[in-house]
Design a protein around this ligand. Structure first.
Ligand SMILES: NC(=O)C1=CN([C@@H]2O[C@H](COP(=O)(O)OP(=O)(O)OC[C@H]3O[C@@H](n4cnc5c(N)ncnc54)[C@H](OP(=O)(O)O)[C@@H]3O)[C@@H](O)[C@H]2O)C=CC1
Ligand SMILES: O=C1O[C@H](COP(=O)(O)O)[C@@H](O)[C@H](O)[C@H]1O
Length: 489
């Protein structure tokens, strides 16, 4: 039994954007290739870029001349993009692309290239500077942007993780304050740009149905689960300095937890949302070492660029508790890891059983006793499922599992629906901070994480292609993790 309903594509038009000169630092890196250039290309093809724009790639090492860089971008679009690279779209996009090398110690040539691009457009333009570089490079790069004047009137996107602990996050915030105003800074966490993440807010606050039940009286647990089949292939340099907890937990998983747990904001403005999210993080109890399982997949130490004695975790599962009236006693279970059995990103809201089990003796139903669950799938084509129990048609009063599914796949056909980076880069061009994170939130999350990171539990080995260490499976208790999915009844 299931029902699928696809909401109609959005038709609302947005106001025209200012013309832009965009600089991508880390333009030869993994993120730029996988997401940023394909995202910018999609925005262009969908008519969502400004009338006039230039994109300047930058990094310490040039891939060659501008044509070599364009070739690199084109290959990235062909490998990772979600639309065909048709000549009539590629040609005008490519002519707006160039590369100028820069480093923390030398940004003069880049500053000159930006000024030339602005002059070529010929009238007032907005600068967008995207720091897609490792955390260790952020502080010196920000200083360079200040020293060269590149930050003047610019909007600055800071990739995650923002620092690697509380002290470094505070230092980075302090350096930023020396060179830019707060409203110029966009601390990105791309999970908040995913359609399904925003749908948590829509579900909760645009319906009368869910919010009354959104509390400890009705919800028994929440799971935020992001297993990945990817290994750290090609990213060992970055990953050895971060690990799963800094890469995913302190960033994406905690931010999603913030959306699930926050109190209704007075309105949907950046300030109100950030305030409510910050209150959730304030209410987080210190993490218990016995409720944190860290793992490393077999063979990680043999990956190119990985220390043969590496103690870096590629897996983390933790239980978080919140000291609030709404959530007292409700465990939030978070899990993520590389080289796991499946690649999924899901948030499961597990509801309590009805007080009276009238149907409890139904033998056929006994193997699928999972209570109601509301599941947000944060896939590229998002899906929301409400698992209910219903009567199976027939002469007897037999129960079966009935998933009610909202499938957004159609909205993601060319032109409709934006992937996270597309949406967030567009928001930056509009100057909208709603889906970005604040310095207060980030510092608090490091404050919660620091004791654990300074004295982590032992790392357990897990098999590639598995669901992580056994201890992590046990962490979810008798109800278990929703993934791998229970057999339908
Ligand atoms: N890859 C992904 O899936 C995601 C990545 N991110 C974030 O994006 C950022 C970049 O990640 P990713 O692209 O994977 O990393 P990569 O290691 O693939 O690329 C990093 C880029 O930054 C440049 N770089 C490296 N070190 C320095 C330095 N010291 N100073 C200046 N530039 C430097 C490199 O170019 P050069 O050496 O020429 O300077 C390279 O182009 C990270 O903060 C990461 O957390 C966020 C979400 C997803
Ligand atoms: O930030 C990161 O996210 C990706 C996962 O993002 P997704 O949108 O593909 O789900 C993760 O693979 C990477 O390690 C991390 O840096």
């Amino acid at each position: 039994m299931s029902t699928t309903v696809a909401p109609a594509p959005a038709t609302r038009k947005t106001p025209p954007l200012e013309d832009h000169v965009i600089v991508i630092f880390g333009a030869t890196g993994d993120l730029a290739k996988r997401k940023l250039f394909p995202g910018l290309f999609h925005l262009f093809a969908a008519g969502l870029m400004p009338e006039e724009f230039r994109i300047i790639g930058s990094g310490r090492n040039a891939p060659g001349d501008d044509d070599d860089f364009r070739e690199l971008v084109r290959e990235a679009l062909e490998e990772f993009g979600r639309r065909d690279v048709r000549e009539e779209i590629w040609e005008p996009f490519a002519k707006r692309l160039s590369f100028t090398a820069s480093s923390a110690g030398d940004g003069e040539e880049l500053a000159a290239a930006v000024r030339r691009a602005e002059q070529a457009i010929g009238h007032a333009t907005r600068r967008l500077l995207y720091l897609s570089v490792p955390p260790s490079a952020m502080k010196p790069m920000v200083r360079m942007l200040g020293a060269t004047g590149l930050v003047a009137g610019a909007r600055l996107i800071m990739e995650k993780p923002f620092g690697t602990d509380l002290a470094s996050a505070r230092e980075l915030n302090a350096v930023l304050r020396e060179v830019v105003e707060e409203d110029q800074i966009f601390r990105i966490d791309h999970f908040l740009g995913k359609e399904a993440a925003q749908n948590i807010l829509a579900f909760r606050f645009a319906n009368g149905l869910f919010e009354p039940a959104w509390n400890r009286n009705h919800i028994s647990h929440v799971q935020i689960d992001v297993p990945e089949t990817l290994t750290v292939e090609g990213r060992a340099n970055f990953y050895e300095g971060t690990g799963a907890f800094r890469d995913m937990v302190v960033t994406h998983l905690f931010q999603l937890l913030g959306f699930v747990a926050l109190e209704p904001p007075v309105r949907l403005t950046p300030k109100a949302l950030h305030q409510e999210k910050a209150k959730v993080f304030d209410a987080m109890r210190p993490l218990r070492r016995d409720k944190v399982i860290l793992g490393q997949y077999e063979g990680y130490r043999g990956e190119q660029g990985v220390d043969p004695d590496s103690q870096v975790e590629t897996f983390a599962a933790i239980e978080v508790k919140l000291d609030t009236w709404r959530w007292e006693g409700v465990p939030f279970l978070l899990r993520t890891g590389k080289a796991m059995a499946e690649g999924r990103r899901s948030i499961t809201i597990g509801f309590k059983e009805p007080p009276l089990r009238m149907f409890a003796d139904d033998g056929d139903f006994a193997h699928c006793q999972r209570p109601n669950e509301l599941v947000f799938e944060l896939a590229d084509t998002p899906r929301i499922t409400v698992d209910v129990r219903a009567k199976v048609p027939g002469p007897a009063l037999e129960l079966g599992a009935a998933p009610l599914t909202l499938d957004f796949a159609d909205a993601f056909k060319e032109g409709n629906g934006l992937e996270a980076y597309e949406r967030l880069v567009l928001d930056v061009m509009r100057g909208d901070h709603t889906l970005f994170t604040s310095s207060q939130e980030i510092e608090r999350l490091w404050e919660i994480s620091d004791p654990l990171l300074q004295d982590p539990p032992a790392i357990r080995t897990y098999r590639r292609g598995s669901w992580g260490p056994d201890e992590a499976i046990a962490l979810a208790g008798k109800r278990g993790w929703r993934l791998p999915e229970a057999e339908p009844c």
